[in-house]
Design a protein around this ligand. Structure first.
Ligand SMILES: N[C@@H](CCC(=O)N[C@@H](CS)C(=O)NCC(=O)O)C(=O)O
Length: 339
């Protein structure tokens, strides 16, 4: 079954890819349009959320703002397109969006067969289960049989099937399409467990549980879900800007450059800071953008840690930094040299 789905996906992908992109064509088109079109998750607290005034915020939104700041000098020049999981790859393949920062796990098959490229990992996620406290399950080890709500078209669904099979647990899968359907199904009592990326589990509990304290997020991480920034294959200059926009945010945190002190830092004698902020020229020309590209990202969006704390680490999500801490702090995030 899964093989068939995969083959259909590969077949579709090969027929759907638009005209072969020529190097620089996407970047040129984005510049000519004056706006970046970014696909992200549907309403996900801390990652991609629209407030009553229509303003988007979240860690994924910040990834898009960073790329716009690098290209245009303004992080505001972004059009956001919320996408449910099954729609995100087609939207990138057919050019509806320029890039995805959409809670999408970097896997070999997706990278190698969809005509897309993963260019960086902005969030090291894992898969988690949530259960109503009254179910009395404190650990996945307490579960022998369960109905599980998941979103179709996700790695989650495959992981849950694999995990239950490997541990001789009885599974009743309730697969739905959108995040809204998932929350309605679970909080409406249609399943024992809610399975998703840990980020989405925290987001759903914080934003949608009538009383978050009634729900327990089980401690086990049942898979690795590195969430990637994704572009169409065939335009390395655009891919480079997306990749290095993320790295600039990480590098800024490593160097102690923040949105608040970045102007002061322009006077720094530190060669790495001078290079990052474009005081020492060169990286802008290499990326075909202004030498102040990283300065603009940091000034407007902040460094990676600032974005993390603002969106994910603070209230209401309070997800510990964990794997997303800098490598120098025991985590996984670090930037190759910006020079
Ligand atoms: N990271 C996994 C899971 C993706 C996933 O489940 N995404 C959900 C929640 S994390 C989503 O994007 N929901 C937003 C929506 O459906 O609008 C994958 O790439 O397959």
């Amino acid at each position: 079954m899964r093989t068939n789905v995969l083959l259909v996906a590969i077949g579709l992908a090969t027929t759907l890819f638009g005209p072969a992109a020529q190097a620089g064509a996407v970047l040129d088109a984005v510049k000519a349009r004056g706006e970046l079109i970014c696909g992200m998750r549907g309403d996900t607290q801390g990652f991609a959320r629209r407030d009553a005034a229509g303003k988007y915020s979240g860690l994924e939104v910040d990834m898009c703002r960073a790329v716009a700041a690098a290209i245009f000098g303004s992080g505001e020049k972004v059009k956001y397109v919320p996408l449910e999981p099954a729609k995100r790859f087609p939207a990138l393949q057919d050019g509806t969006v320029d890039m995805l920062a959409s809670g999408t796990t970097y896997t070999l098959t997706r990278d190698a067969t969809l005509g897309l490229d993963f260019v960086g990992i902005y969030y090291f996620d894992t898969q988690a289960f949530m259960a109503p406290r009254k179910l009395g399950k404190k650990s996945v080890r307490d579960i022998t049989s369960a109905s599980v709500c998941v979103q179709a078209g996700t790695t989650t669904m495959e992981n849950v099937e694999d995990y239950f099979r490997a541990n001789n647990m009885t599974l009743k899968l309730v697969a739905v399409n959108s995040a809204d359907e998932l929350r309605l199904a679970f909080f409406g009592g249609r399943c024992d467990l809610f399975a998703a990326d840990r980020s989405a589990v925290y987001a759903a509990r914080a934003a949608y549980a009538s009383n978050p304290k009634d729900y327990l997020i089980l401690p086990e991480s049942t898979s690795r879900e590195p969430l990637g920034l994704i572009v169409r294959q065939g335009d390395p200059p655009f891919a480079d800007i997306v990749r290095w926009s993320l790295y600039a945010m990480i590098q800024a945190e490593e160097l102690g450059v923040t949105s608040r002190n970045v102007d002061e830092m322009l006077k720094s004698a530190n060669a790495s800071i001078r290079q990052l902020l474009g005081v020492a020229p060169g990286t802008g020309a290499a990326l075909k953008v202004d030498d102040k590209w990283a300065y603009n990202i940091i000034k407007q969006v902040g460094n990676y840690g600032e974005s993390y704390d603002r969106n994910v680490g603070g209230s209401p999500l309070r997800i510990p930094r964990g794997l997303n801490a800098l490598a120098s702090q025991g985590g996984m995030q670090y930037s190759p040299p910006i020079r």
